[in-house]
Design a protein around this ligand. Structure first.
Ligand SMILES: *[C@@H]1O[C@H](CO)[C@@H](O)[C@H](O)[C@H]1NC(C)=O
Ligand SMILES: *[C@@H]1O[C@H](CO)[C@@H](O)[C@H](O)[C@H]1NC(C)=O
Ligand SMILES: *[C@@H]1O[C@H](CO)[C@@H](O)[C@H](O)[C@H]1NC(C)=O
Ligand SMILES: *[C@@H]1O[C@H](CO)[C@@H](O)[C@H](O)[C@H]1NC(C)=O
Ligand SMILES: *[C@@H]1O[C@H](CO)[C@@H](O)[C@H](O)[C@H]1NC(C)=O
Ligand SMILES: *[C@@H]1O[C@H](CO)[C@@H](O)[C@H](O)[C@H]1NC(C)=O
Ligand SMILES: *[C@@H]1O[C@H](CO)[C@@H](O)[C@H](O)[C@H]1NC(C)=O
Ligand SMILES: *[C@@H]1O[C@H](CO)[C@@H](O)[C@H](O)[C@H]1NC(C)=O
Ligand SMILES: *[C@@H]1O[C@H](CO)[C@@H](O)[C@H](O)[C@H]1NC(C)=O
Ligand SMILES: *[C@@H]1O[C@H](CO)[C@@H](O)[C@H](O)[C@H]1NC(C)=O
Ligand SMILES: *[C@@H]1O[C@H](CO)[C@@H](O)[C@H](O)[C@H]1NC(C)=O
Ligand SMILES: *[C@@H]1O[C@H](CO)[C@@H](O)[C@H](O)[C@H]1NC(C)=O
Length: 537
C-alpha cells in the first residue's frame, strides 16, 4: 500500500511541477474554407519537450498539403486548398510514449464569381433563341441551384443534387424560346445559389442580368407624305419613310425608272422636294435594311405633281414644206399632269377638220396640194391649255400644162401672136419661150403667163420651146409657129385680138381648197385663163 501511495505521490508531484502534456488543433473541430485560399492547420502541444507529430486523413486519402514541424507544434499547410482537401484531418502526437490525437473537419466551398449569361449571337425576333447561364468553379455543386428569369418570370430552374464531385465544376442551364418583339428590353437574370446553411460564407447567392436586345424588322414600312400624295407644281413636298426596326434601319430612296439618283434633299428617312416640278411625279420607293439581319423591306408611293401642259411642241417631219407625193408627219407633244389631251386640227379658212392622231402623231403618206394649210395642235388638261400651229406647204412641180396660141399657129406676116399658157403647180411657175435654132438667142419672158409676138415675119416661123418651171420641177412644151403671106387688112382682125392672160395658175380640183389656193394665186397676180376665155368669147 505504501508503495502505491508513493508512486501516486511521485506522479502527482510530476504533474504539479511539470506541466501536463496537452495538445490542440487550431482551428478546432471544424473549419470552413474557400477553395483557393491558404489553409493552415496547426497542431500545438504544451507540456512536452519533444513531441512527435503525424498527420493523416480519416480515410487515408492523400494529405494534400505540406507539413512543417517546429518543436512544440506542427502545421499542415494547404496552399491553395482544393476540393480534395475536403476531409477530416487527424493530428497524432506522441510524447514519452503517451499518444494523443485530435481531428478537425475541413469543409470547403467555391463560389467565386457571378454567373455568366450567354445568348445566341444574333437575337432575332421570330427566331429561336437560346439563353445559357453558366457558373464557373462551383463546389460543392450538389448544393447549387441555377435559375433563369425573364423579368420576374422564371423561365427555368435546376438543382444539381446528387452531382457528387471531388472537383470544382462549371455548371450551366440553357433555355430556348422564340423571341418576340415584346421581349425587347426585358431583363434576363441568372441566379446562382449555393445554399449550405451549415457553412458560414457570403455571398450564398450571385446573379447576373442582361437586357434583351431583340433584333427585329424592318416591318410595317410605309411612306408618309406631307401635305399629300398630290400637289401643285411649285409647292413643297415631304416624304417620310416609316418603319419598325431594331437596330434602326438604313433607308434608301429611289424613284421608279429613274436612271440617276434622286436629286432631292434626302436626310435619313425624309425626302424633301422644296419646289416640286411636274417631272417629280412618279413612284417613289423607300427601301429599308436592318444592318444586323440584312433583312429588307420596301414601300412605294405614287406622287402626282400637277401642272398645266408644258414643254409643248409641234413638229413637222421632214419639213413644213414638202413635195407632192412625199410622206409628212405632224407631231404634237407635251408634258403635264394629269395627262395632256392633244387635239390636232386642220384649218383652211373657216373650215376646221379634226384629225385622228396616234400618240400625237399624224402622218400623210402622199402629200397633195389639198393637204397644204394650217395645222393646229391644242394641248389641254384641267390646269390649262395651250395651242401651237404650223403652216404646211406642199410643192407641186408644173403639170397639166395647157397652151393656147391666138389667133392660131398659122398666121400672116404682120400679125400679132398671143401665146397663153396655164399650169397646175405650187408655187406658181415661171415660163420662158425660146426659139429653137436661132442664131440670135431670143428668150421671151412671160408676163402673167402670156407671150406676145408682134408684127411677125416669115423669119418668126419655127419651133418654140416653152419651158415651165418652179423650184420643184419643170416641164417643156413645143410650139410650132408658121408665118405665111401678108396681112391685108389688119384692122379687121383688131376686135378679135383680146388681151388674154395666160396664167401659171394653180388649178385646184377640190372645192374645199379653192378659196385657199385662189387667195394664194391672187397674191401672185394671176387668174384663171379658162374663166377669162369663157367670159370674153
Ligand atoms: C501553442 O500554445 C501555447 C500555449 O497556449 C501558445 O502560447 C502558443 O502560441 C501556441 N503556438 C502556436 C503555434 O499556436
Ligand atoms: C520554428 O518556430 C520559430 C518561432 O516560431 C521560428 O523562428 C522558426 O523559424 C521555426 N522553424 C521552422 C523549421 O519552422
Ligand atoms: C418557335 O418557332 C418555331 C418555328 O418558328 C416553331 O416551330 C416552334 O413551335 C416555336 N416554339 C414556341 C415555343 O413557340
Ligand atoms: C449583311 O451584309 C453584310 C454586307 O453584305 C455582310 O457582311 C453581313 O455578313 C451580312 N449579315 C448577315 C446577317 O447576313
Ligand atoms: C393618294 O391619297 C389619296 C387620299 O389621301 C388616296 O385615296 C390615294 O389612294 C393616294 N394615292 C396613292 C397613289 O397612294
Ligand atoms: C421637253 O421636250 C424636249 C423635246 O421634246 C425633250 O427633249 C425634253 O426632255 C422635254 N423636257 C421635259 C422636262 O419633258
Ligand atoms: C383654254 O384656256 C382659256 C383661258 O386660258 C379658256 O378661256 C378656254 O376655255 C380654255 N379652252 C379649253 C378648251 O379648255
Ligand atoms: C391633170 O391631168 C390629169 C390627167 O392627165 C388629170 O387626171 C388631173 O385631174 C389633172 N389635174 C388637174 C389639177 O387639173
Ligand atoms: C399689133 O400690136 C400693136 C401694138 O399693140 C398694134 O399697134 C398693131 O396694130 C397690132 N397689129 C395687128 C395686125 O393687129
Ligand atoms: C398681170 O395681171 C394682173 C391682173 O391679172 C395685172 O394687174 C398686172 O398688171 C399684170 N401684169 C403685167 C405685167 O401685165
Ligand atoms: C408693126 O408694123 C407696122 C407697119 O408695118 C408698124 O406701123 C408698127 O409700128 C409695127 N409695130 C411694132 C410693134 O413693131
Ligand atoms: C429675114 O431674114 C433675112 C435673112 O436672115 C433677112 O435678110 C431679112 O431682112 C429678114 N427679114 C426681116 C423682116 O427681118
Amino acid at each position: 500500500m505504501g508503495r502505491t501511495s508513493e508512486t501516486v505521490l511521485i506522479i502527482l508531484c510530476v504533474l504539479i511541477t511539470v506541466k501536463a502534456f496537452e495538445m490542440e488543433i487550431i482551428p478546432a473541430d471544424r473549419v470552413v474554407a474557400r477553395i483557393g485560399e491558404i489553409l493552415i492547420l496547426t497542431c500545438n502541444t504544451t507540456g512536452c519537450a519533444l513531441p512527435k507529430f503525424s498527420w493523416r486523413t480519416q480515410m487515408d486519402y492523400p494529405l494534400g498539403g505540406k507539413v512543417y514541424n517546429n518543436k512544440t507544434y506542427s502545421t499542415l499547410t494547404m496552399n491553395p486548398v482544393s476540393a480534395e482537401n475536403s476531409n477530416d484531418y487527424l493530428c497524432t502526437v506522441i510524447c514519452n510514449k503517451e499518444k494523443k490525437e485530435k481531428s478537425v473537419k475541413v469543409e470547403l466551398y467555391s463560389f467565386p464569381s457571378n454567373p455568366v449569361i450567354e445568348t445566341s449571337t444574333s437575337l432575332v425576333v421570330g427566331e429561336t433563341t437560346t439563353v445559357i447561364c453558366k457558373i464557373h468553379d462551383v463546389f460543392p455543386s450538389e448544393h447549387l441551384e441555377l435559375l433563369l428569369k425573364k423579368d420576374e418570370y422564371i423561365l427555368h430552374s435546376k438543382t444539381f443534387e446528387g452531382d457528387v464531385s471531388t472537383k470544382t465544376e462549371t455548371k450551366a442551364v440553357a433555355y430556348s424560346f422564340n423571341l418576340t418583339t415584346e421581349d425587347n428590353g426585358k431583363e434576363i437574370t441568372c441566379v446562382a445559389r449555393l445554399q449550405i446553411d451549415s457553412m458560414d460564407f457570403e455571398p450564398k447567392e450571385r446573379s447576373t442580368s442582361l437586357k434583351l436586345n431583340a433584333h427585329f424588322g424592318p416591318q410595317n414600312t410605309f411612306i408618309n407624305t406631307f401635305p399629300g400624295n398630290s400637289s401643285m407644281e411649285g409647292h413643297s413636298l415631304k416624304l417620310t419613310c416609316v418603319t419598325e426596326s431594331n437596330p434602326p434601319a438604313k433607308v434608301f430612296w429611289r424613284k421608279h425608272l429613274a436612271k440617276e439618283n434622286i436629286q432631292h434633299f434626302v436626310k435619313n428617312n425624309v425626302l424633301s422636294i422644296p419646289h416640286a416640278h411636274f417631272t417629280d411625279s412618279g413612284q417613289y420607293i423607300c427601301e429599308v435594311i436592318n444592318p444586323i439581319t440584312n433583312k429588307t423591306e420596301k414601300a412605294t408611293m405614287n406622287i402626282v405633281i400637277q401642272a398645266p401642259p408644258k414643254n409643248t411642241s409641234l413638229t413637222v417631219f421632214p419639213s413644213s414644206s414638202v413635195r407632192e407625193g412625199e410622206s409628212v408627219t405632224i407631231s404634237c407633244a407635251a408634258a403635264g399632269v394629269p395627262a395632256v389631251q392633244i387635239i390636232l386640227e386642220k384649218k383652211i379658212g373657216d373650215v376646221i377638220t379634226a384629225l385622228e392622231t396616234e400618240d400625237g402623231k399624224y402622218t400623210i403618206d402622199k402629200a397633195q396640194l389639198k393637204d397644204a394649210g394650217k395645222y393646229q395642235c391644242t394641248f389641254t388638261n384641267k390646269f390649262g391649255n395651250r395651242s401651237l400651229d404650223v403652216e404646211l406647204d406642199v410643192k407641186v412641180p408644173p403639170q397639166n400644162i395647157t397652151v393656147l396660141v391666138y389667133p392660131s399657129e398659122n398666121v400672116k406676116e404682120g400679125e400679132n401672136i398671143t401665146i397663153m399658157c396655164s399650169t397646175y403647180s405650187n408655187p406658181p411657175s415661171q415660163m420662158i419661150l425660146r426659139k429653137v435654132n436661132q442664131e440670135k438667142k431670143i428668150i421671151l419672158p412671160a408676163i402673167n403667163g402670156t407671150f406676145m409676138l408682134y408684127n411677125v415675119t416669115k423669119n418668126d416661123t419655127g419651133r418654140y420651146l416653152l419651158d415651165v418651171f418652179n423650184e420643184v420641177g419643170n416641164n417643156v412644151k413645143v410650139i410650132e409657129i408658121a408665118v405665111v403671106g401678108k396681112l391685108e387688112k389688119p384692122d379687121q382682125i383688131m376686135p378679135l385680138i383680146i388681151a388674154f392672160s395666160c396664167v401659171a395658175a394653180v388649178a385646184v380640183p377640190v372645192v374645199a381648197i379653192l378659196i385657199y389656193v385662189s387667195r394664194k394665186a391672187k397674191i401672185n397676180g394671176s387668174y384663171s385663163l379658162v374663166k377669162a376665155l369663157r367670159l370674153k368669147v
